[in-house]
Ligand binder design. Structure first.
Ligand code: MGD
Ligand code: MGD
Ligand code: SF4
Ligand code: MO
Length: 727
């Protein structure tokens, strides 16, 4: 019996971007309950099943609690930290000595994007190694944001987002907000916020090929996969043709706005109808309704970000919001009010940028200092100077989540050294030489450093750990620092910090971020602004401190980084993309007549919560969703087993016939079909969606290298149980 007292600790959830405020009821190291914190400035008591079940991950019997070393027979053996780290250090020193530090790669996966220490030290390590092999989960979904941010506003991280609390008309393009709680826009209680738009007489229009949980709540406009840039271009062209654009806004806020009509000149009614599946008059009506709403905004996410023209699509979303006079205005498309001025600091260290160099094998442009994951397998397998020979994975399951996942899986097996920081033996790190076990977010302190940039309600928060670390786990940043020390590097992006480190002054991530916080616009400037923020002040109020009721407006001149303080709308790159889009022929034909799209589920978080029996309940199975008319044509009945074949791969799945699909489109939850030591996840079965996707340079978004994971042309065929394709 645990004799410690029962305590409530205020923290925030580190699973998804919503960063909900939680109350953890703990007794010593035991997690008794996790519930929403009713007093949290943004999430106001909300919690989803993932957050509430996180205790089952922390105390998962399959969780790795000590460093694991792979043995010649492929099994893993527990070793001491010093044994693992010393051997990793020795191997890295040998590799660097022979092939240079550019032969070492780093991957920043989704969970560590929310882990400030890991984020800082993975970025710092890549910088100190001076390697071009820095890959992130962003090339699976937000490289197009980073690209447009740099080109339009002068910084990859510049990301205007909807002022959802004050808008009268919101178009949700390819996002299932009530399930996912969004991305690149942090809104607590998003469903209530959307409901409130309708309650105050406004409209929410969800544009999606699937009649999703979100579409069912509001107005649904079906769209063909990849129809987004066509729809946006046609809407914008309508407004230009009818002189409904806000000329004054374009003139005052941008340069290059006058070139938009020429960019859109190749958009024809016939193509728009063919590409979107919408009637042209409906496209025009939507544009006019939007333009006549007092305050309106388009928000686009994964459905609009994982297609072949995702940078062009993101550009058109921003251009549309700006041209309709909704940019930097209340209820429109606004900048956030961050507690830490990350944009300014990353700029000071020269981290932001676009196309400053190209990747070795595929000649893809660098985005925010990173190379696209699509190129990783070829960078491992193609010999020559700069070939990647070692990889440190900081929270990633890329053998499942990356495009052409089968290719990645094989290439990882060729690495001379693969080190994975991960709480599980996954299908990715089954190839690893070492698996190093990290603490999880509830066991370490936290500051929502990434999502604070686009909070619908600006607030600041820094929380202590709720429970002590399990087993012999260590913080990701500590592990990275230990590896760096053994190769005589300081994981820091600036030369000054690297120099300080070399003379023995190595700052912890908490000290670095506190320094940034105190020197930010909201900071206390070391006492000069007594009401400003510091780590100490925030830790004394772990439930979070509200900074304002809404994001600021009228701040464009302070927030755009270009010297002229204007949004740069004209870039030749968008003209090239527009031509490429117009020249594209349909990927479907008689062999591949259907389009496959991904699907997120309420009880999954990408690939990594599938080992929780609380979340992966017995009634959950992996199923391909198909429209009744398609099923009838293909003579498929509910629960029949089928193969799904694309130009790049084949997997199998049972079918669920449902009229939530549109005809011609099938949907399958991504990131199932596990292998490795997470037994419950493996037992759940399912197949790996991304076997059907491609990493070929011509098959990904050209400007940003972002993967194409939606709208895959496939055929579906009924099979017998004996023909099941392995995950
Ligand atoms: N088909 C298809 N594929 C997709 C997508 C899609 O929509 N469709 N979405 C893409 C998107 S948006 C994303 S973001 C990527 C995500 O893909 P990844 O970056 O691979 O991320 P996850 O699957 O979330 O988890 C990665 C690993 O992190 C580990 N982990 C969890 N917490 C921690 C921690 O605190 N520290 C460490 N070191 N490890 C931890 C987990 O055990 C897991 O193995 O997938 C992409 N893949
Ligand atoms: N429960 C849960 N929450 C999550 C995650 C999770 O795995 N589970 N993952 C987190 C991550 S990493 C991210 S990035 C966010 C993503 O958050 P969302 O962007 O909301 O993610 P999805 O559910 O993939 O939504 C994409 C939608 O686009 C539709 N779609 C597919 N193709 C097209 C197209 O060509 N055009 C249009 N207009 N729509 C299309 C799909 O049917 C789907 O409904 O969610 C985060 N939150
Ligand atoms: S919505 Fe996201 S942040 Fe909120 S409780 Fe669920 S997983 Fe955690
Ligand atoms: Mo993501």
């Amino acid at each position: 019996m645990n004799s410690a007292t029962v305590e409530d600790k205020k923290i925030f959830c580190g699973i998804c971007e919503a960063s909900c405020g939680l109350v953890a009821t703990v007794r010593g190291d035991e997690i008794l309950k996790l519930r929403g914190d009713p007093d949290h400035p943004q999430s106001e008591g909300f919690i989803c099943p993932k957050g509430a079940s996180f205790g089952s991950i922390v105390d998962d019997p399959d969780r790795v609690l000590r460093p694991l070393q792979r043995q010649p027979d492929g099994t893993f053996r527990e070793v001491e930290w010093s044994t693992a780290l010393d051997d990793i250090g020795a191997r890295l020193r040998r590799l660097i000595g022979t092939h240079g530090s550019g032969s070492v790669g780093v991957y920043l996966g989704n969970p560590n994007a929310w882990n400030y220490g890991a984020f800082l030290f993975l970025t710092g390590l890549a910088a100190a190694l001076k390697t071009r092999h820095y890959y992130t989960a962003s090339s699976g979904d937000i490289n197009n944001y980073w690209t447009v941010g740099e080109l339009l506003y002068g910084h990859n991280l510049s990301n205007p987002f909807p002022d959802i609390q004050h808008t009268d008309f919101m178009i949700v393009l390819g996002s299932n907000l009530v399930v996912t709680h969004g991305s690149m826009m942090t809104v607590g209680r998003v469903k209530e916020k959307l409901d409130a738009i309708v309650q105050r007489g406004g409209r929410v229009v969800v544009i999606d090929p699937r009649h999703t949980e979100t579409a069912r709540q509001y107005e649904w406009q079906p769209l063909k996969p990849d129809g987004d840039p066509w729809l946006l271009a046609a809407m914008l062209k309508t407004l230009f043709d009818e002189k409904r654009v806000d000329e004054a806004a374009l003139r005052e806020q941008t340069t290059g706005g006058e070139k938009l009509p020429a960019l859109l000149s190749g958009i024809t009614q016939e193509r728009v109808e063919a590409e979107t599946g919408m009637r042209f008059e409906d496209v025009q009506r939507l544009a006019r309704d939007f333009a006549s709403a007092k305050r309106a905004v388009i928000y686009g996410r994964c459905g609009a970000s994982l297609g072949p023209f995702s940078t062009l699509t993101k550009y058109l979303i921003d251009a549309f919001n700006i041209a309709t006079g909704n940019f930097d205005r209340r209820g429109g498309f606004v900048f956030g009010r961050p507690m830490v001025d990350i944009e300014i600091f990353t700029r000071l260290f020269g981290l932001n940028g676009y196309d400053r160099w190209r990747t070795r094998v595929d000649n893809m442009p660098e985005v925010f200092g990173t190379a696209p994951l699509a190129s990783m397998a070829r960078e491992i397998t193609t010999p020559g100077k700069g070939q990647m020979r070692a990889l440190i994975v900081g929270s990633g399951n890329i053998a499942t989540t990356a495009c052409a996942s089968g290719e990645i899986g094989k290439a990882l097996g060729q690495l001379e050294l693969l080190v994975s920081l991960d709480p599980y033996v996954t299908e990715t790190n089954a190839h690893a030489h070492y698996i190093l076990p990290p603490t999880l977010w509830i066991e370490r302190d936290g500051i929502p450093i990434f999502t604070q940039m686009h909070n619908a309600v600006p607030y600041a928060q820094w929380v202590p750990p709720a429970v002590p670390p399990r087993g012999d786990t260590r913080d990701d940043w500590w592990i990275l620092d230990q590896i760096a020390k053994r190769i005589r590097l300081v994981p820091a992006p600036s030369r000054a910090a690297q120099w300080l480190g070399r003379i023995g002054i190595r700052l912890s991530p908490a000290t670095i971020i506190d320094l940034f916080l105190r020197l930010s616009r909201e900071g206390d400037w070391f006492g000069l602004r007594p009401r400003g923020l510091s780590r100490k002040k925030l830790c004394a109020n772990p439930g979070g401190v509200k900074m304002d009721d809404a994001p600021p407006v009228g701040v464009l001149r302070k927030r755009v980084h270009h010297r002229d303080r204007k949004v740069h709308l004209h870039h030749a790159l968008f003209e090239t993309e527009m031509r490429r889009m117009i020249a594209r022929t349909s990927p479907t034909n008689a062999d591949y007549p259907l389009r496959l799209v991904s699907m997120r589920e309420l009880q999954s978080q990408n690939s990594w919560l599938h080992n929780s029996p609380r979340l992966m309940t017995a009634n959950r199975t992996h199923r391909l969703r198909m429209h009744p008319a398609d099923a009838e044509r293909l003579q498929i009945r509910n629960e029949d087993l089928v193969t799904i074949t694309s130009r790049w791969g084949r997997i199998s799945s049972p079918v669920q016939i449902t009229d939530e699909m549109t005809e011609g489109v099938v949907a399958l939850p991504q990131s199932w079909g596990h292998r490795g030591g997470w037994k419950h996840a493996v037992a759940a079965g399912g197949s790996n969606y991304n076997r059907l996707t491609s990493s070929a340079p011509g098959e990904i978004d050209q400007p940003s290298g972002n993967a194409v994971l939606n709208g895959i042309a496939v055929r579906v065929e009924r099979i017998a149980q004996t023909d099941v394709v392995a995950a």
